[in-house]
Design a protein around this ligand. Structure first.
Ligand SMILES: [Zn+2]
Length: 134
């Protein structure tokens, strides 16, 4: 290969490296809402039997079990909602196919969504009612 060809190839490689560097996205700042904080962790650690009993004013066995659906729009004549003992499992109603976390239950009970301003409202109210304003 001639010197001219070698320098042409070297220039091409340098150009490509510069293009790649320019195309590399800058690291983004993490989204604030994606960071669980102390309140979120404390809320997510509350055992489902405790928060279902409190939010839905329902009788729930201490270690969980089947209860009448706590959702206001489900007239559940036979207990069809499973309340698990572990916070990671939450609750699930086999009658209306709804379930989830403490946030999902509070959203249904209070008529809020789990996003945006509604989510902030949920968190605020859950914090006041279940964590004593921690
Ligand atoms: Zn239900």
């Amino acid at each position: 290969m001639s010197d001219a060809a070698i320098s042409a190839v070297a220039e091409l490689i340098a150009d490509r490296a510069a293009d790649r560097a320019a195309a590399t996205p800058r690291p983004r700042r993490p989204r604030r809402l994606a960071q669980p904080d102390d309140v979120d962790q404390a809320l997510r650690a509350i055992p489902p039997p405790e928060y279902v009993a409190s939010l839905a004013d329902a009788d729930v066995p201490e270690h969980g079990g089947m209860v009448h659906c706590p959702l206001p729009d489900h007239d559940d004549r036979r207990p069809s909602c499973m309340v698990y003992a572990e916070p990671t499992r939450g609750w699930f109603c086999w009658g209306c196919s709804r379930g989830g976390t403490i946030y999902d239950l509070a959203a249904h009970v209070w008529g809020l969504r789990t996003r945006g301003d509604d989510f902030r409202e949920l968190r605020h109210r859950l914090r006041a009612e279940l964590l004593g304003g921690l």
